[in-house]
Design a binder for this molecule. Structure first.
Ligand code: HEM
Length: 178
């Protein structure tokens, strides 16, 4: 959750158009509320673009390196035993054209969330039961962050993608009132 929130902040600062659209979604939600009024579950459900930003962040910078599954039978091709590394599915150009580009709009075009290749939260009977609560927590963080603050990255931040996503020295940002 913390890594995904951090990476969303990172991607948003690198993609101002996405940040503008996300901020607009949250400022629209605030329009109907008094300054200290909390957001509701209904508000969360209305955050289509925010959901897209979170999934796109998870796709490019997932902390889930693989899913532990055992096949009922070994599969061999040309003498090779096949191991499916689920993280790589996130970069499959068939599923995600121009896969290395941060493009949250791709999630709005068709319902990829119900596609069998969508494995950001696993799949089947053992799929992550925290999917919605986790998404809601990140969306809530983004709501208050983008409606109250603007920020810029400070210095050169190192982000490692492999073997797992992390910022060894943290993501340093300078925050100001919006
Ligand atoms: C960005 C947030 C999260 C991501 C990307 C994530 C991802 C995953 C993945 C990939 C699995 C393995 C599923 C499988 O084997 O098919 C999993 C399992 C699980 N997750 Fe999450 N998760 C997140 C947040 C949460 C939260 C917030 C909770 C609890 C409040 C949670 C609770 C669990 C539990 C209990 C399992 C084990 C399910 C089982 O084996 O039946 N997760 N998660």
């Amino acid at each position: 959750m913390s890594t995904t929130s951090m990476m969303a902040v990172k991607y948003l600062s690198e993609h101002p158009r996405a940040l503008d659209e996300l901020r607009r979604e949250h400022l629209d939600i605030r329009k109907g509320k008094s300054p200290e009024e909390a957001i509701s579950y209904e508000d969360f459900k209305s955050m289509a673009f925010t959901r897209a930003v979170i999934f796109e962040t998870l796709r490019l910078a997932t902390v889930v390196n693989g899913l532990l599954r055992k096949t009922t039978q070994d599969v061999e091709m040309n003498g090779w035993r096949i191991y499916v590394y689920t993280r790589e599915i996130n970069y499959d150009p068939f599923m995600y054209p121009d896969p290395m580009t941060f493009n949250p709009w791709r999630w709005l075009e068709k319902n990829m969330e119900s596609h069998p290749h969508f494995m950001l939260f696993g799949g089947g009977g053992r799929m992550c039961p925290g999917k919605e609560v986790g998404t809601a927590e990140i969306a809530t963080f983004l709501h208050y962050f983008v409606t109250r603050y603007r920020w810029e990255e400070e210095g050169k931040n190192t982000i490692l993608k492999f073997p797992r996503v992390e910022a060894p020295n943290g993501l340093h940002i300078r925050v100001q009132d919006y």
